[in-house]
Ligand binder design. Structure first.
Ligand code: ZN
Length: 56
């Protein structure tokens, strides 16, 4: 068996293509498409972590 299939964290559809994901305070969110990722980012912008922010 493969690793568990992810479901889009916005619309719930199976994620067939990886790459549409966001790091959030609640963990990594995975989306089925760029659209869902964008909408989630708009709705939950405060929870999205800046993935390029590695300075500490
Ligand atoms: Zn989706």
């Amino acid at each position: 068996m493969n690793a568990e299939k992810k479901n889009c964290d916005l619309c719930g559809l199976a994620v067939e293509v990886e790459g549409f994901q966001l790091n959030t305070k609640d963990g990594v969110k995975q989306f089925c498409c760029e659209g869902c990722k964008g909408i989630y980012e708009m709705l939950h912008g405060d929870d999205v972590l800046n993935e390029s922010d590695t300075s500490d």
